[in-house]
Design a protein around this ligand. Structure first.
Ligand code: ADP
Ligand code: MG
Length: 714
């Protein structure tokens, strides 16, 4: 039987090559994708209400006969109106739809219809405007939209709920039997889990909400189970490898700690010792360093680089953007220049440098003349050959893929790896999801930082906002004003993906926003901030240009910097103490937290102003949470609960991106159960070599190919 991964969505009835593109926008290419394209939520539309009992202001479902239908153009609004009078013997209800004249051809006198929508009072009688509808004839074939628990999917322009439901149902009918159950039967029986066919069917079209819960539980269990096994396997494979032992004496370590112009925090000292112990061991280190923005992760990274140098090896730091790489480079060079550290020779390697220069740099790296290379993904270019790389730092702020990390570590012979992230991850999660890594946490902020005040304003209050920004600028401070990147489908795609260059030009929305930033920049220059120096950076600029602007901002030659979200990642300008976020309702909590982390880095008190019109409940809650705390862990927990981890971390985040469905925060019980089973199973047979387990090994190799790439090799 053909695997569902191999069957393109275009072969489903009603899709075809043209509509295939619409599905692509939702991330759906194959039948399997569609099966795993789960509803965002469900609406219980099983209850019918008699027309006589309808109440204005409520969402209700009615069923009746068509007792009249008119189709006309309103002279007043110029819109086309189709109006249907629905009769159910208890009363009559008017239903109207705008600008869909073709609807009239469906609504023949006497036909039965079910309508669902909000009931309004209009000129003393009840009506529904643009309700969802379904003819009763269709219903006999099994109704999808009304009179049942209805799935509500994430949408993109050109795709309606009706169409999605129909397409999902059509593909279930035709391809459901292709689904292969991979969960071991004894486990299924033991925990009374649905089989896979039933689960997928009930995720989309449950008869009761309980059925839906059971289906989700089964699918999440499976996902957790295989994922846990892969984590355990990977851990084993790492400890089996031969790495490079680095020896660092107590005296050397103490000297390093005392070389900084400031006293290291207790957390920094602890983490340095953790890294040191790891690096001394003969098996390779794989450590995740979590630390909220501003907690001073660079210090810990530099320790590893120095240890590597003192043992006669090379090290590297890979950052997600050129701005960040350059910033790391400048900071580190400045520290090294004082002569208080061992004499490392550092170099910057980014995409923007000239070919000739780059070749020379490649030469010097290969010859071992450079001890520390700091750069972007230019580091993983095949032309880059290290003489003897022993320590690699990946400063990722969750932007690198597993593959890119693997490519970097392949530049050495099992080098020690430190991954730094500013995304706080709640502890319970960490143990289970990052079981293949050791974890360090910088849970203490350097002292002497000013406080951050966070305020919320509506866009009408902009004059006030600008006035307070001017006040701050007059005190010699600097400010950021940030505009969001908006895409039509931004709800579906993580930040990282929306930055994908392939998607760039397809997005009209983004151009508009870029325009917003550019227009505001000009307006600020000419009006609001004409007495100050205003700069602009955005993601579409030439790197050289944005680099220069950033450098000028750092040198205080710019007072106010207008930016799109390129700022989100670790930019560090201590004198900048004001952050204005425009359209803050469009940001997720994690990016907002990152943005706020750009300020409060100096001694002065800082001001974070959100300008927002939160219309949805979600957005309101998000902003409320953001105003209530500055603790990254609290924000992360909150975000995980409401959004699920895949989206929180970005789909490229190690590990978590493998979880499509399961949410470890809300399904901790399922996760723990699955983990226990995974541990039991691997205990007796760690390499999954006995016949009943061999197929499990195949399953995880197929599901996590890059993640496990080096397990196969090791
Ligand atoms: P992170 O990458 O964790 O956001 P950085 O390593 O960039 O943080 O450090 C942020 C700023 O704090 C830098 O300017 C750094 O020099 C400074 N810093 C780091 N550790 C300390 C400390 N212990 N005391 C004072 N300042 C520190
Ligand atoms: Mg940083």
């Amino acid at each position: 039987m053909q695997s569902l991964q191999e069957i393109s969505i275009q072969y489903v009835k009603g899709v075809g090559p043209a509509r295939k593109k619409l599905f692509q926008r939702l991330g759906v290419e194959t039948i399997e994708d569609l099966f795993y394209f789960f509803p965002r939520r469900y609406e219980d539309r099983t209850h019918l209400t008699a027309i006589a009992r309808l109440k204005a202001g409520e969402e209700q479902t009615v069923k009746g006969r068509i007792a009249g239908c008119s189709s006309r153009r309103s002279w007043y609004t110029k819109k086309h109106v189709v109006e249907v009078i629905l009769d159910d013997d208890s009363g009559r209800l008017s239903c109207t739809w705008f600008n869909q004249p073709y609807l009239a051809s469906y609504f023949k006198m006497g036909r039965g219809v079910v309508c669902h929508g909000k009931v309004d009072m209009y000129k003393n009688s009840l009506q529904m405007v643009s309700p969802e509808w379904e003819l009763i004839e269709e219903k006999e074939k099994g109704n999808l939209n009304l009179g049942r628990i209805v799935p509500i999917y994430p949408l993109t322009r050109g795709v309606t709920q009706r169409y999605l439901r129909k397409t999902v149902m059509a593909s279930l009918e035709r391809y459901k039997d292709h689904l292969v159950d991979e969960l071991p039967i004894p486990l299924r029986n033991k925990h009374r889990l649905y089989n896979i066919k039933r689960s997928i069917a009930h995720i989309h079209f449950p008869k009761t909400l309980e059925e839906q819960e059971n289906a989700l539980r089964r699918i999440s269990f499976e996902e957790f189970f295989f994922f846990q096994i892969s984590v355990i396997q990977r851990r084993l494979s790492i400890t089996r490898k031969a790495g490079i032992p680095h020896h660092t004496s107590d005296a050397q370590t103490l000297k390093f700690i005392q070389a900084f112009p400031f006293e290291l925090t207790g957390a920094q000292k602890r983490v340095i010792q953790e890294i040191r112990a790891d690096m001394q061991r003969p098996s390779p280190m794989l450590r995740l360093l979590q630390g909220d923005v501003g907690s001073g992760k660079t210090v810990a990274a530099l320790f590893g680089c120095v240890a590597s140098f003192e043992n006669g090896f090379q090290s590297c730091v890979m950052a997600p953007t050129e701005i960040l790489a350059r910033q790391h480079y400048e900071n580190i060079v400045q520290l090294l220049a004082g002569g208080r550290f061992p004499p490392l020779r550092a170099a910057l390697l980014v995409g923007g440098i000239l070919k000739k220069e780059k070749e020379k740099l490649h030469q010097r790296i290969k010859a071992g003349e450079i001890n520390l290379v700091i750069g972007t993904h230019a580091l993983i270019h095949e032309g880059v050959i290290f003489k003897n790389l022993s320590f690699a730092v990946i400063d990722e702020q969750h932007k690198f893929g597993v593959r890119q990390r693997a490519l970097l570590t392949e530049k050495g012979s099992n080098p020690d790896v430190l991954i730094m992230t500013a995304t706080p991850i709640p502890r319970t999660l960490c143990i289970t999801l990052y079981g293949d890594m050791d974890i360090s946490v910088l849970d203490e902020m350097p002292p002497g930082r000013g406080k951050i005040k966070t305020l919320l304003y509506s866009s009408e209050q902009s004059p006030e906002v600008y006035a307070s920004v001017r006040d701050e600028l007059r005190l010699g401070r600097q400010a950021y004003v940030v505009y969001p990147i908006i895409e039509e489908s931004s709800r579906r795609f993580s930040e990282a993906e929306s930055r994908d260059p392939d998607r760039d030009n397809s997005s009209v929305g983004r151009n508009t926003d870029l325009k917003a930033a550019q227009e505001m920049f000009r307006y600020f220059q000419k009006e609001e901030f004409k007495d100050f120096r205003v700069g602009l950076v955005h993601g579409r600029m030439k790197p050289k240009q944005s680099r220069e602007t950033m450098a000028r901002f750092r040198r205080k030659e710019i007072d106010l910097l207008v930016a799109t979200t390129v700022l989100e990642v670790g930019v560090d300008v201590p004198n900048a103490s004001v952050m204005v976020v425009e359209h803050a309702e469009r940001f997720g909590l994690a990016p907002l937290h990152q943005l706020r982390g750009r300020i409060g880095r100096g001694q002065a008190d800082s001001l974070c102003i959100l300008v927002a019109e939160p219309e949805t409940e979600d957005a309101q809650e998000r902003l409320k949470a953001f105003l209530s705390t500055q603790d990254g862990f609290k924000i992360a927990e909150y975000d995980l609960k409401i959004r699920g981890p895949g989206r929180y971390f970005g789909r490229h985040q190690h590990g978590l991106n493998e979880l499509k469905v399961a949410n470890p925060m809300t399904q901790l019980d399922v996760l723990e159960l699955a983990r226990k089973e995974a541990v039991t199973l691997t205990q007796g047979d760690p390499r999954l070599e006995t016949p009943p387990n061999r197929y499990i090994r195949d399953v995880i190799r197929r599901r996590y190919p890059t993640y496990l790439a080096d397990v196969a090799a090791g």
